[in-house]
Design a protein around this ligand. Structure first.
Ligand SMILES: C[S@@+](CC[C@H](N)C(=O)[O-])C[C@H]1O[C@@H](n2cnc3c(N)ncnc32)[C@H](O)[C@@H]1O
Length: 496
């Protein structure tokens, strides 16, 4: 009997009774399997089957997984969160621990000119690598300075960026009283440390964070940072990272049921793998996702990685996951993501002491990394989406896939705002998407046409769905894209 047949037998039995012992499955099997063998086959798929296992003596009691209650923020937590998000700096204890770690690893004070010069070289090398085509990169994090450079340059901004993503989840009611979190490709522990920090805003929620990382240097840095910082919050347990390759999920001992899985800035590094193989890897992990859990994939906002993320997200949608955010499929169609460059922004962070010290040179801009710009997708198995799009009955909206037939005409569309302002003071420019367009579509709003009736275009948050009435369609040959010209007579209304 294959593993697949075994799993369908378990599924069948689970459909007939709410609880049973794993040993009861043995009678249905053509080839005998011990309870231990059956458990090893079942464990990675428990969450996908909606089941939980509890060891009882030599056996396992199998029962249906009960949904965990959502963690709803109270007024005081909401207020705390606002204050927290307005902070522009990493916690000072973390900043100090990073400095101490660099000093400890190099044997000299981090601000020693020799160390600073080596950090500068490491940062430049890492950035140069990032801009290379995916298959030409050599991001390995095997050398000490690669990790030290990462701590000095990337860590602060990614740590602060995680705050915004976690806050969005908290406000959407997607956190739980008790959560199991799994961070794949954790590096020096950006996500686990951000969770530990974020949960301090929550009164009673608890979380356990597991992680996987293949680079020893990163694991060492993670250990040092976590030891110094993580004991601060008893609500969060950070498990030591597993040293493993995330492309082989089957070979790792991982929790059965994960409420949140995070791939932060890592899937783009699996450059040798085609999209289908990357999607297969994510789907393997998704077997462990709680039925009401989320997978969060984050990538840098740079065009190639950002577009790569959208292509991957569509591949995952086609494999059965639903896209919770940021995309809205207004017409229920699948999108054409090949030119979908869409990212979110948040207020810049304050440069750290290390960044400021590194910047005391001829090319300061190379060493200060404060902009928060990221592409992300949140995926689920339960079909839930952040935005429910009900097109008002009286709206004769045109699909964006049809704008090419309406050049020079005035039309009405219903689409999500998929960028912050990409224009300038005179002309504001926002990317639009309804999930149907093959070519990029932008809303163009000249500053002198801003009116109360169209102001929502600028003020609506990233991802918001808008009804935009009365816009003029233009083709922009320089970018092979369509512009929808917003004027004083255009009405922009959020759709909720
Ligand atoms: C750019 S860092 C991101 C670290 C962290 N997640 C963050 O957002 O800052 C990518 C990390 O993924 C790890 N990584 C890349 N490929 C991996 C693989 N196949 N298995 C395990 N870790 C991997 C790298 O070693 C590195 O630590």
């Amino acid at each position: 009997m294959t593993g697949k047949q075994f799993l369908s037998t378990v599924k069948y039995v689970a459909g007939t009774k709410p609880a049973f012992l794993l040993s009861e499955i043995a009678v249905y099997l053509d080839e005998p399997l011990s309870v231990g063998q059956m458990y090893a086959l079942l464990q990675p798929h428990l969450a996908a089957l909606g089941l939980a296992a509890q060891k009882t003596g030599e056996d396992y009691a199998i029962s249906r997984l009960q949904p965990s209650p959502p963690y709803i923020l109270n007024a005081a937590e909401e207020k705390r969160l606002d204050a927290y998000l307005s902070l522009g700096s990493m916690p000072s204890v973390l900043e100090t621990v990073i400095e101490q770690y660099i000093s400890g690893k190099t044997g000299k004070d981090w601000s020693d000119p020799v160390i600073l010069e080596r950090l500068r070289r490491a940062i430049v090398a890492q950035k140069d690598d990032y801009w290379k085509p995916a298959d030409k990169r050599s991001l390995q994090y095997t050398k000490g300075y690669a990790v030290l450079g990462y701590l000095a340059y990337h860590f602060p901004v990614y740590f602060m960026q995680a705050r915004h993503l976690l806050a969005q989840m908290a406000r959407d009611g997607l956190l739980k009283q008790e959560m199991t979190i799994l961070d794949l490709g954790t590096g020096p522990g950006v996500i686990p440390l951000a969770v530990e920090d974020f949960w301090m805003c929550l009164d009673t929620a608890r979380a356990t964070v597991h992680s996987v990382e293949r680079s020893k240097e990163n694991i060492e840095a993670f250990g040092a940072l976590a030891r110094s910082v993580a004991t601060q919050n008893p609500q969060v347990t950070i498990e030591p990272p597993r040293e493993a390759d995330i492309t082989s999920p089957g070979e790792m001992q991982l929790p059965d049921r994960v409420d949140l899985m995070v791939f932060s800035n890592v899937l783009n590094e699996l450059a040798g793998l085609p999209v289908a193989a990357r999607a297969d890897i994510v789907m393997d992990y998704a077997e462990r996702l709680a039925p009401d859990g989320a997978i969060l994939i984050i990538e840098p906002a740079e065009e190639a990685t950002s577009t790569g993320l959208r292509i991957l997200a569509l591949a995952l949608k086609k494999r059965g996951l639903s896209i919770y955010a940021p995309c809205t499929f207004v017409w229920g169609t699948n999108c054409t993501p090949d030119r979908c460059w869409s990212f979110q922004t948040a207020p810049s962070i304050r440069p750290t002491r290390i960044m400021n010290t590194l910047a005391a040179c001829n090319e300061p801009f190379r060493y200060v990394n404060t902009d928060i710009k990221y592409s992300y997708v949140s995926l689920r198995r339960d079909g839930k989406t952040r935005t429910h799009c009900h097109i008002p009955k009286d709206t004769k909206a045109l699909r964006l896939s049809k704008v090419h037939l309406n050049v020079g005409k005035r039309i009405t569309v219903v689409a999500a705002k998929m960028s912050e302002d990409l224009g300038d003071k005179e002309t504001h420019l926002f990317r639009l998407c309804d999930g149907s367009a093959e070519k990029p579509v932008y809303a163009v709003l000249p500053a002198f046409h801003i009116m109360p009736s169209n102001r929502e275009l600028g003020s609506a948050p990233y991802g918001a769905v808008l009804e935009i009435r009365n816009v003029l369609v233009r083709y922009n040959p320089a970018h092979d894209a369509y512009n929808l010209l917003v004027s004083r007579n255009t009405q922009v209304t959020p759709i909720v």
